[in-house]
Design a protein around this ligand. Structure first.
Ligand SMILES: [Ca+2]
Ligand SMILES: [Ca+2]
Ligand SMILES: [Ca+2]
Length: 217
């Protein structure tokens, strides 16, 4: 209830106008946290969007539940983690703004995976079935040209080991299968007793695509 006290008897209700203005509440938490691992150089780029309600009062980034120190500043919207662990890295961003803490279920999280070095695979087996077949070329071409699922072991799909997934990788497999041309690069394709191996052009050469999952070794 609003009461106005005074002695001016000439003032009536009509002399007062009361108006209301509603403003939408803005989230005080960061949003859109993303992690992008770089397997060539073993770092993870973490990005987020700040609150439109203003700069955070505190901001702490965690990796696998351990606070990163020194971490990003309160005004930052990105951070490069130069020392991620091999395997899965789970990042959590906790902040406070206007007295509200964005932690626990309100914190934003994301995951980035750094490929363990030295993962073994068969070159050319893009669909990870332990055989080199037409389907491997199809898997590569479908990924490149029809938005098919990516090969789980990119190094296996990189048939010519040039550090890129391209049309030439599918073509190399097809020519090997049907024309007897030179086969997939070392460690070589499955079959004929060829053993699994690691990528001979590894991380240090800057041409490693990584091999998240290869199950047939
Ligand atoms: Ca295959
Ligand atoms: Ca290639
Ligand atoms: Ca390579």
């Amino acid at each position: 209830m609003l009461a106005i006290e005074g002695h001016n008897v000439s003032v009536s209700n009509a002399d007062f106008v009361m108006s209301f203005e509603l403003e939408p509440l803005q989230s005080v938490c960061p949003t859109e946290l993303t992690c992008t691992p770089n397997n060539n150089s073993n770092f993870v780029v973490i990005r987020w969007k700040a609150s439109a309600a203003g700069p955070f009062e505190t901001l702490q980034l965690f990796r696998n539940n351990v606070a990163i120190s020194p971490g990003p500043r309160v005004t930052d919207v990105a951070y490069v983690d130069q020392t991620p662990v091999q395997g899965l890295n789970t990042y959590r961003l906790e902040t406070t703004l206007c007295g509200s803490k964005c932690s626990g279920g309100n914190a934003v999280t994301c995951q980035g995976e750094i490929t363990p070095p030295g993962a073994k695979f068969h070159r050319g087996d893009a669909d990870d079935n332990g055989k080199l077949e037409l389907t491997d070329a199809v898997r590569i071409l479908a990924f490149l040209f029809t938005a098919g699922p990516p090969p789980t072991c990119a190094d296996a799909a990189d048939a010519d080991d040039n550090g890129k997934l391209e049309l030439t990788d599918g073509v190399r497999i097809l020519r090997f299968l049907f024309q007897g041309d030179v086969g997939p690069a070392p460690p070589g394709p499955p079959g004929d007793g060829v053993a699994c191996g690691t990528d001979p052009t590894p991380v240090d050469a800057g041409t490693d695509l990584g091999c998240v999952t290869y199950t047939k070794c």
